[in-house]
Design a protein around this ligand. Structure first.
Ligand code: ATP
Ligand code: MG
Length: 302
């Protein structure tokens, strides 16, 4: 967790006020906001820092749905075993970006992608890449928890069975380890054979995280994992993310400024398909370099 400190010499900037006061939501929206044209972060090292140990390197990634440009030449590096948050107004391309990383957009008709995504130096679009193998290494958790209509046990064991693991003792071990890893073992250990659909929303979301980690990915993509959860369930997931980063690289999309500032190490701000600013979370929230970033995190536009 990053600790924020304020010295007396530094006046509190709006970004920090938003951070300390809990961020600004859509309530701060101003009608008619027209941001001044600014160049995007791509290619500007001050706005898109070099990362020490990048696990993912995105180079000039553009994506079109038909003729509509949804991502525009996005370049950035994502650090290993850290939490990187993507923020930005609805429709700016956050989910589209996340889906590019494990090639989920391949499933959508009429999508054109240009640029490169390197995962541990290998191009994920290389013809030799086997999609299922890629998705095993880069797992995803969605906004709406989506357990299968199966038992809690089978939900977690599912990915392993697909990979050909059938030995019961090994599956038992994986299921327990994954449920413990997702901080839900104690709540479900006596009802593993019950349907996952009988769990609460927060439990289902942690089950989906357990299902994602069962196959031992390297990266976990989380698209607004807490947006349907109450503050207690949200706090549990945030605590869990903090724990998971010891072993995994996490990339999270969130609309919640407090959440981005609480849990992430790096934050990227997207606006209308462009990467506007990317940097250490502390820096981006306390001292944003772009007016657009400051306006967004202080709620001047949503
Ligand atoms: N399958 C699709 N076909 C066509 N256009 C799409 C598709 N998915 C997304 N888009 C468009 O691409 C743009 C980016 O959408 P995306 O879902 O990535 O935004 P987002 O930042 O995740 O928004 P939100 O915060 O509302 O989830 C939007 O204009 C959206 O309408
Ligand atoms: Mg989205």
């Amino acid at each position: 967790m990053i600790a924020f400190q304020q010295t007396e010499e530094q006046p509190m900037v709006d970004g920090e006020r938003a951070f300390r006061e809990g961020g600004a939501g859509p309530s701060g929206l101003q009608a008619g906001y027209a941001p001044a044209p600014e160049s995007s972060a791509a290619g500007d090292p001050a706005l898109s820092p070099a990362i020490d140990k990048p696990i993912l390197e995105i180079e000039k990634l553009s994506l079109w749905y038909g003729k509509k440009l949804a991502l525009k030449e996005i370049s950035l590096e994502i650090p290993a075993k850290q939490i990187t948050a993507f923020i930005g107004p609805s429709g700016c391309g956050k989910s589209t970006f996340l889906r590019c990383i494990n090639r989920l957009n391949d499933l959508i008709d009429d999508v054109t992608i240009t640029g490169r995504i390197l995962f541990e130096k290998g191009d994920i679009h290389d013809p030799s890449v086997e999609i299922n193998a890629l998705r095993k290494r880069i797992g995803m958790v969605f906004q709406k928890s989506n357990p299968f209509p199966k038992s809690i046990y089978e939900n977690v064991a599912y990915g392993c069975r697909i990979q050909g693991i059938h030995k019961r003792s090994l599956l038992d071990e994986i299921v327990e380890r994954s449920l413990r890893g997702a901080a839900i073992w104690d709540e479900v250990k006596d009802r593993l054979d019950e349907s996952a659909l009988g769990m609460s929303g927060g439990q289902q979301q942690r089950l989906c995280i357990a299902r994602a980690i069962a196959v031992e990915p390297e990266v976990i993509l989380l698209d607004e994992p807490c947006s349907a959860l109450d503050p207690i369930a949200t706090a549990k997931i945030e605590e869990l993310m903090e724990d998971l980063k010891k072993d995994y690289t996490l990339v999270i999309v969130t609309h919640n400024m407090q959440q981005a500032s609480r849990v992430s190490d790096y934050t990227a701000f997207l606006y209308m398909g462009e990467l506007i600013e990317y940097g250490l979370t502390r820096q981006l929230f306390l001292n944003p370099m772009k007016k657009q970033t400051e306006d967004y995190i202080t709620g001047r536009f949503g």
